[in-house]
Ligand binder design. Structure first.
Ligand code: AMP
Ligand code: MG
Length: 865
């Protein structure tokens, strides 16, 4: 049909844009502006002015025609392209094969004000095209001549042809090499931690904007700093943007898509059409570089990008074959220009966006009406509006802090508002609880013994053969005091470490309490551990006295000190009698030393004081109270601190500890049987064991007495929690406990609620801090991270261990001065766990941090999640 079709090839940039169109023909790739026209407007005159402008610029009459045999369309310039001026902008999808890339609408706002909307297909426009278009419409309206284009304006097809040929030319190889050297693609997959889950892949680009308000003084300071650094003001704004993105992505090297106007040469100045492109601006952020230094460096990089701009070619970027690439993070600065007055009316641009290709987040800054306007532009398919708003606030805070302290290391700039800081640091840590005067563990148990001396405190289970002894509270106290007196004769005084190597049995508890009553600290030596490790623990802890049982004594590595067998030596212990007077334990004295294996090196002995562990015990008793009727199955090996609450909480509540038989903790069938036989009400299991435990036959019947379960020690999958609920028909509550040994078993807890659990979370959250404990999520510079952003979980407050035995270096590395506390000497324990706050302050576990020890001191880079 069309015999004389004259077409032109696309510009390299249009090719890139075309690929996005093809990927999603209905996506809103558009350049749009809103113009306020004040004065007595003549509609017909405006329509005529518009028509003349369309007549003058081919790009406003261009269509894109697919031709058989060619992959890419040709751009075809139509003879005419009438533009209507309806009251509202047409919303039908753009058909690129119809040569009408420009749409307009005119609305009467009343009071001699009109609103003119202009929308251009992304294939034909950029931000500056809109300003040039409005300027020209205004000039035509005013009947003005002298647009400076007597020869006719430069047409976009000529620019397209020039650019396409340039990139094909042999001589461009040098220019292209500059880009190849960058290897800039590394950062193209950067993401934000709070992107809406599951959006990637099916995500359609949905651009939205959020205005960034700043007071007038800010721009003055921006200009002042720009002058000092010898860069354009926009570069200062880009600097703060860079710092924000570095913080949010936890990347030091980041690519920002820098929007470059592309009208580099004088002849192109007033060209309409898609000249502007996003080009990769690669910049490393060094956390201790001053902000002014970063800005100066960005200025150089920006100039470099400008210099080589025409040689950047997406087609040479290796990557996702076929799918068009774009920059997740962009920056755009420009000039809105105007207002323009003539023939009694004034045209002012009040809004202007060019959404020509997808991005996740863009900062858009414009010189506008004598000042600056900025907005955060975001993909609403990936970010929630509240998140964009929050982000805008962080940017503003960062920028203002940077302007106030341009010499400050960028890593130290503040991004949270005072209110946000207070919420993260104070409000979510409002855990102060008074548990009365600090009391040693043994005293807490004796208080209960006073109240219920005859009640059964301990039952030793021994499988089918029945009970391996029971002890009443009074008998437990009597025996523990005998052990204490014996130990004191052996020289045990406050703070003396005493090794304890026993099988799970009532004797184990008698031994523990005996050591505490003497004022000493217990050091568990699990007889199941390899001899090497036991030898190390005995030597490193400095435990001269070893409490054990006759059947184990021979198996243990020979030590130098005293060995007391609780069974064999019992007649002697009993004969010597109890010493009068109370024990030597003090609240601030050492209660135990538990060895944990670090990821590297030898096991280290965490030293925990009575007051720290007592806080944890009293907390759980207040949060999940046991009563006299409760029976807790003690099955965790006593070399793990999680065993401590299994033992002590029932004892300070007047409840009963059921001691699983030695080794029984590994046998789920045995555990289920013991639960049924003893009417156990409370059980703690690590998630990996819970998974298997739940799949046993007869589970529901065996667990008839069970009311409460606690999980901890490792991440608790949400599906596992749901499975527990299903298998036990909702008869048992579940709480996730989290904490390192260095903060006395647990620092946070999260009661799982089947009704309000968040299905998109893979694991049950860690929850909130327990009583008198604070949890902070900090970045590599120990600044609090905003909600949603991963940080290292650091613990402060009542639960902290004293440190590692004999390891002042390691202690100082992991227990650091509390950066946020007014209390002298307050410390924080750095767990090495990566976590983030959900909206309401609940903490979500993300994994372990990948440590990189930097040259100066200890700086961590938050690992990838
Ligand atoms: P430990 O000092 O042996 O008790 O080990 C503490 C570490 O176990 C923590 O730092 C976490 O990495 C991990 N952990 C403990 N409880 C949990 C939990 N509820 N969810 C995920 N990880 C946990
Ligand atoms: Mg633990």
């Amino acid at each position: 049909m069309e015999q004389n079709l004259q077409g032109f090839r696309l510009s390299p940039h249009q090719e890139h844009l075309w690929a996005f169109r093809m990927a999603d023909p209905d996506a809103p790739y558009v350049a749009l502006c809103e113009v306020e026209i004040s004065g007595a407007l003549d509609r017909a005159r405006l329509a005529a002015a518009l028509a003349r402008v369309v007549e003058r610029h081919e790009i406003l009459r261009t269509s894109f025609r697919q031709v058989p045999g060619l992959v890419l369309p040709l751009q075809v310039i139509e003879g005419e392209a009438p533009v209507e001026l309806p009251g509202e902008l047409a919303t039908t999808p753009w058909d690129p094969s119809q040569g009408a890339p420009l749409r307009a609408a005119l609305a009467d706002l009343g009071g001699s004000r009109h609103s003119l909307l202009l929308a251009l297909s992304a294939l034909c426009a950029d931000a500056r095209t809109l300003s040039l278009l409005v300027a020209e419409i205004a000039r035509e309206y005013a009947g003005g001549e002298g647009g400076g284009d007597q020869e006719g304006p430069i047409q976009y097809v000529d620019i397209a042809e020039w650019h396409a040929s340039l990139l094909e030319a042999e001589e461009s190889l040098d220019g292209k090499k500059h880009w190849h050297r960058l290897g800039f693609l590394d950062g193209l997959d950067a993401a934000l931690p709070f992107e809406l889950r599951g959006h990637r892949g099916d995500g359609r680009f949905e651009p939205r904007t959020f205005p960034l308000v700043s007071d007038a003084g800010v721009m003055e300071r921006v200009e002042g700093l720009a002058r000092q650094a010898g860069v354009p003001p926009a570069t200062v704004l880009l600097g703060a943007w860079h710092v924000l993105l570095r913080r949010l992505t936890a990347r030091t090297g980041l690519v920002v898509g820098l929007s470059v106007d592309g009208r580099k040469f004088e002849e192109m100045r007033d060209a309409l059409g898609p000249c502007a492109r996003h080009l990769p601006l690669l910049c490393e952020t060094v956390d201790d570089e001053p902000f002014s230094g970063l800005v100066a460096r960005l200025g150089e990089t920006q100039a470099w990008v400008g210099e080589w701009q025409e040689y950047f070619d997406w087609r040479e970027v290796p990557g996702a074959g076929g799918t068009p690439r774009s920059f997740p993070f962009c920056f755009e600065a420009g000039d809105v220009a105007g207002p323009w007055t003539g023939a009694g009316v004034t045209f002012s641009i009040v809004r202007r966006h060019a959404f020509t290709e997808p991005f996740l987040l863009r900062l858009s800054v414009f010189r506008w009406q004598g000042g600056f306007a900025a907005e955060v532009q975001y993909d609403a398919g990936a970010l929630a509006p509240e998140q964009a708003e929050r982000l805008a606030g962080w940017y503003r805070t960062l920028l203002e802090d940077a302007l106030a302290h341009p010499g400050r290391p960028v890593g130290d700039l503040e991004m949270l508002s005072g209110t946000e800081r207070a919420v993260c640091l104070v409000e979510w840590n409002g855990t102060a609880t008074d548990f009365g005067p600090p009391t040693p563990l043994n005293e807490l148990v004796w208080r209960q013994a006073e109240r219920s001396p005859e009640r059964i405190a301990l039952v030793g289970d021994s499988g089918d053969s029945g009970n391996d002894g029971e002890l009443s509270y009074a008998e437990l106290r009597r025996r523990a005091r005998l052990v204490a007196a014996y130990l004191r004769r052996l020289g045990v005084t406050p703070e003396t470490p005493v090794a304890l190597a026993v099988e799970r049995s009532p004797e184990m508890i008698v031994g523990l309490l005996g050591i505490l009553e003497a004022g000493g600290a217990w050091v568990p030596m699990d007889p199941d551990y390899p001899a090497d490790r036991l030898r190390w623990v005995r030597e490193d802890s400095g435990a001269r006295v070893l409490l054990t049982q006759e059947r184990l004594a021979a198996r243990l590595p020979a030590g130098t000190g005293e060995v007391v067998c609780l069974d064999r030596d019992w007649p002697r212990i009993e004969a010597l009698g109890a010493a009068p007077g109370g024990g030597g334990a003090r609240p601030e004295g050492l209660a135990y030393v538990i060895y944990t294996s670090g990821s590297t090196g030898r096991p280290k002995g965490g030293m925990v004081e009575h007051r720290a562990i007592a806080n944890r015990l009293l907390w759980i008793q207040s949060a999940f109270p046991l009563t006299a009727g409760d029976r807790l199955l003690q099955k965790t090996p006593y070399s793990f601190d999680a065993s401590i609450w299994e033992i002590f909480v029932p004892l300070l509540a007047g409840a009963c500890v059921v001691l699983a038989e030695p080794g029984g903790q590994r046998d789920n069938a045995y555990l289920l049987d013991a639960i049924a036989r003893h009417g156990v009400t409370t059980l703690q299991l690590v998630p990996s064991q819970l998974r298997l435990f739940l799949e046993q036959d007869g589970l529901r019947a065996g667990c008839a007495s069970l009311r409460r379960m606690f999980c901890g020690g490792e991440a608790l999958p949400s599906v596992l929690a749901a499975r527990l609920f299903e298998r036990l028909e909702g008869s048992v509550s579940l709480c996730n406990l989290y904490g390192p040994t260095e903060s006395s078993i647990d620092a946070t807890f999260h009661p799982w609620d089947p009704c309000d659990h968040l299905p998109e979370l893979e694991t049950v959250p860690l929850g909130r801090p327990i009583a008198n404990v604070q949890v902070y999520l900090l970045d590599a510079r120990w600044k609090p991270v905003p909600p949603g952003v991963p940080g290292e979980l650091c613990i402060g407050g009542a639960g902290l261990a004293r440190g590692y035995r004999g390891r002042p270096d390691l202690t100082a590395e992991r227990f650091v001065p509390h950066p946020e506390s007014a209390v002298p000497g307050a410390r924080l324990y750095r767990t090495g766990d990566l976590a983030r706050h959900l909206e309401d302050g609940v903490i979500e576990f993300l994994g372990r941090i990948d440590y990189q020890v930097k040259v100066r001191g200890f700086r961590i880079e938050l690992g990838e999640i």
